[in-house]
Design a protein around this ligand. Structure first.
Ligand SMILES: NC(=O)c1ccc[n+]([C@@H]2O[C@H](COP(=O)([O-])OP(=O)(O)OC[C@H]3O[C@@H](n4cnc5c(N)ncnc54)[C@H](O)[C@@H]3O)[C@@H](O)[C@H]2O)c1
Length: 390
C-alpha cells in the first residue's frame, strides 16, 4: 500500500520514516518547499547516522530513503491507501486540506489526522465521506516512540478503524484505542504530573530539584516533572495544558499555572533556550535536592494519587479500557507502573482518603475524587481482579 503524508515537519517526517521502514512507498508533501528540503536532509542524516552506528546496513538505509517521494503537489496522492495529515494544528486549515484530498484519492483510501488537541469528529464533520476518517496520534519522535493512539471519530466506520489499527500494529507500533476527547489518553492522564508538581512548588513545600528527586529516586520515573517540562519546552507544555483545560469547558482539574505561564512568557522554555526551571548553559549545575525521605514520600504520593484519580476517571467515562490506559502510560511514556495497577497496590481506600483529605483542605474541584474510585472503595474492589471493573 502506498502511504501519503501531508506536512513534512517534525511529525510528518517521522511518520514517513516509520512507514518507509515498514516497506511502504511514501509520498510526502508540504506547502512550504523549504520544509520539504529540510525534511529530506534530516532524514538522510538520520539514516546515515544509523549506518555509522552499525544499527542498519547501507543498502537498507538507501532502500528506506528511496521509498520516500518528496513531492511538490497534493495530486500525487491519488493511489494512496492511507493518507496521514500532520500539518499545522489549525482546525480550518486541516478541514480545507481534507476537502481537497477527498477529491483526489479513491473512495477506499483511509484518511487520518495526527492532531494532538483538535476533535477528530470535528475535522471529519465537513468531509464528504467522514466514515473513512480516523485519528492516528503518533508521539514525537515518531520513529522512536512506540505508542500510537487510535482515535475513531463519531462518524468512523469501525472496519476502517480496525484496518488502520492493524496497519499501524504491523509497523511495530503499540496501539491503544481512545475516545475522541481532549488529550486522548496520554495528554489527559499526564496533566497532574506537571500540574500537581507545580502546585506543590507554588505552595512552597519544595523546590524544583526536590520534587524531581522525589519522582525519580522514590517514584522510579525516568525524569522528574520539571526536567521533563524543560525537555518538552515550557511553551509547548503550557499550550497543551491550556488547550486541555479550555476543551474541558474550564474544568479546574486541568487549570494551568501562572508559574509555567510566566516562564513561557519570559522565553524560559527549557533546554532549547538554555534556561527553564533549571539552567542548561555550559558549566550549569543543578541545585541539590532536599533528600528528606518523609517530604519526598509526601510529594510522590500527592502527585501519584492525582494521576490515579485521572486514570480512574478516564476508565469511569469509558475513554479507554483498563489495559489500554495502563499500557499507554507504561509502554508509551515510560511510567514505572500502570496508574490503575498502582492504585491497587496502594489500596483504593487509601486513594479515596487522600483525595478527600486534599479536598477538605483546599475545597477545590481539582481534588474531587472520581466516582469510580469511591464506588470501588465502598465495594472493596480492585482494578485487576479476575474481571475488569469496567
Ligand atoms: N510536535 C509534537 O510533539 C506532536 C506530537 C504529536 C502530534 N503532533 C501534531 O502533529 C501535527 C504536526 O505537528 P508538527 O510538530 O510536525 O508541526 P511542524 O510545525 O513541525 O510541521 C507542520 C508542517 O505543516 C506544513 N503545513 C502547514 N499547512 C500546510 C498545508 N495546508 N498543506 C501542507 N503542509 C502544510 C508546514 O509548512 C510545516 O512544515 C499537528 O497537528 C500537531 O498537533 C505534534
Amino acid at each position: 500500500m502506498q502511504i501519503g503524508v501531508i506536512g513534512s515537519g517534525a511529525m510528518g517526517s517521522g511518520i514517513a520514516q516509520v512507514a518507509a521502514t515498514a516497506g511502504h512507498d511514501v509520498i510526502i508533501f508540504d506547502k512550504n518547499p523549504d520544509a520539504i528540503t529540510r525534511s529530506r536532509d534530516k532524514l538522510q542524516k538520520i539514516l546515515n547516522r544509523q549506518v555509522e552506528k552499525g544499527r542498519m546496513d547501507d543498502a537498507t538505509a538507501k532502500a528506506i530513503f528511496g521509498r520516500i517521494f518528496f513531492v511538490d503537489n497534493i495530486y500525487s496522492y491519488k493511489d494512496c491507501g492511507l493518507v496521514i495529515e500532520a500539518i499545522i494544528e489549525n482546525l480550518d486549515i486541516k478541514k480545507s486540506v481534507f476537502d481537497t484530498i477527498e477529491d483526489i484519492v479513491s473512495k477506499d483510501c483511509i484518511l487520518a489526522t495526527n492532531t494532538s488537541s483538535l476533535s477528530v469528529t470535528s475535522i471529519a464533520g465537513s468531509m464528504q465521506h467522514p466514515e473513512r476518517m480516523v485519528g492516528i496520534h503518533f508521539f514525537n519522535p515518531a520513529p522512536l516512540m512506540k505508542l500510537v493512539e487510535i482515535v475513531p471519530a463519531f462518524q468512523s466506520d469501525p472496519k476502517v478503524v480496525q484496518q488502520a489499527r492493524d496497519l499501524i500494529d504491523s509497523w511495530g507500533k503499540l496501539t491503544v484505542m481512545t475516545k475522541d476527547t481532549p488529550g486522548f489518553i496520554v495528554n489527559r492522564l499526564a496533566r497532574p504530573f506537571y500540574g500537581e508538581a507545580i502546585r506543590i512548588y507554588e505552595e512552597g513545600f519544595a523546590d524544583f530539584a526536590t520534587i524531581d528527586w522525589a519522582m525519580t529516586e522514590l517514584g522510579g520515573f525516568r525524569m522528574g516533572p520539571f526536567t521533563l517540562m524543560d525537555f518538552i519546552g515550557n511553551d509547548v507544555n503550557y499550550a497543551v495544558t491550556e488547550s486541555v483545560w479550555t476543551s474541558f469547558y474550564y474544568d479546574p482539574r486541568y487549570k494551568p499555572s501562572f508559574t509555567q505561564k510566566r516562564l513561557s512568557e519570559a522565553g524560559w522554555h527549557g533546554r532549547k533556550t538554555g534556561k527553564g526551571y533549571f539552567e542548561y548553559h555550559e558549566g550549569a549545575t543543578k541545585p541539590e535536592p532536599n533528600k528528606d525521605k518523609a517530604l519526598g514520600e509526601n510529594i510522590l504520593w500527592r502527585i501519584i494519587v492525582m494521576l490515579i484519580n485521572e486514570a480512574a476517571d478516564a476508565l469511569y467515562l469509558n475513554i479507554a479500557t483498563r489495559d489500554d490506559l495502563d499500557l499507554a502510560m507504561t509502554k508509551g511514556v515510560n511510567y514505572p507502573k500502570g496508574l490503575l495497577q498502582w492504585a491497587d497496590e496502594k489500596g483504593i481506600i487509601h486513594c479515596v482518603e487522600t483525595l478527600d483529605q486534599l479536598f477538605a483542605e483546599y475545597h477545590e474541584e481539582r481534588y474531587r475524587c472520581s466516582p469510580l474510585l469511591r464506588k470501588m472503595a465502598r465495594e472493596g474492589k480492585k482494578f485487576y481482579e479476575k474481571e475488569a471493573v469496567v
